[in-house]
Ligand binder design. Structure first.
Ligand code: GLP
Length: 264
């Protein structure tokens, strides 16, 4: 795993966005896995700016989102489809027909989960998957105890996650306790994974994911099995890692190597 520790959330968004921008410059026909939550919003802003500056285009891009609340249609302001439209899709030149979010209002969610998996496969798999992380180490809505090889399915949310996400819902508004989420196995199939985490409240989850044992109690620890996973975190989210200096040293060496290779 590559662990990149940066000064603040803006630097995290900048570093993360450059991974996507470089990918789209070299492979405009990419399949991107996208995430919701507050953490990726700054990265999406940078992608929008790059698109407006004609540095990149989304016209040949296909996207798959990680998860959706079960019981919310895409028109619902708290749905993840609505979030994606607002935060990214409405502001770039993507063909909306090529943007997929698990269908929260599916009549038969079990069938819908299987179809979502099939759709990812039919599109050749995900090139880069963006992830945030929950305070309890969840990725997508794969809560602790999720099978480490799980596929897209219906998941019950923990009390902690419901409380964390309650800030987005009005006091009397229906807040779903169920979701459809890509499985951990689905995420691990992506060719590259980029996890962003900022703020002190993510420090325990980041420590457990990077330095803890591979365990279903911290779903993000499954990324230890991935060949090409990058954690991009700010100092606050990295504050409980025991090997911070080592990770920073590796990153400096990596950057030197990249510069050397560029001169060849
Ligand atoms: C939700 C999403 C996750 C996201 C998490 C953290 O539960 N399902 O994909 O990573 O929130 O969100 P935030 O970035 O707002 O802390």
């Amino acid at each position: 795993m590559q662990v990149v520790i940066l000064e603040n959330p803006d630097a995290v968004a900048e570093y993360g966005s450059q991974i996507f921008i470089n990918r789209l410059k070299s492979s405009p026909k990419s399949v991107l896995g996208l995430a919701t939550g507050s953490t990726p919003v700054a990265l999406y802003k940078k992608l929008i700016e790059a698109c407006e500056a004609k540095e990149i285009s989304f016209s040949d891009v296909t996207t798959f989102n990680l998860d959706e609340y079960l019981g919310l249609s895409g028109e619902h302001p708290q749905s993840y489809r609505y979030f994606m439209n607002e935060q990214l899709f409405n502001h770039v030149d993507v063909n909306t027909a090529n943007t997929y979010v698990p269908p929260g209002s599916a009549e038969n969610p079990v069938v819908a989960c299987k179809e979502y998996e099939d759709l990812i496969k039919q599109n050749g798999g995900i090139d880069i998957q963006l992830l945030g992380i929950g305070r309890n180490g969840h990725i997508g809505f794969n809560e602790p105890s999720s099978g480490l090889m799980s596929r897209t399915r219906v998941k019950t949310l923990t009390k902690e996650t419901i409380e964390d996400n309650a800030r987005f819902f009005g006091p009397d508004e229906f807040q779903p306790h169920l979701s459809i989420t890509m499985g951990i196995g689905t995420i691990l199939d992506s060719r590259k994974v980029v996890l962003l985490a900022t703020g002190e409240n993510k420090a325990d989850a980041v420590r457990d994911a990077i330095e803890g044992p591979l365990a279903a109690s911290c779903p993000a620890s499954a990324l230890q099995l991935h060949q090409n996973a990058v954690f991009v975190v700010d100092e606050a989210a990295a504050s409980k890692l025991s090997q911070c200096d080592f990770y920073k040293h590796i990153e400096q060496e990596n950057q030197k190597l990249i510069q050397q290779l560029a001169t060849l």
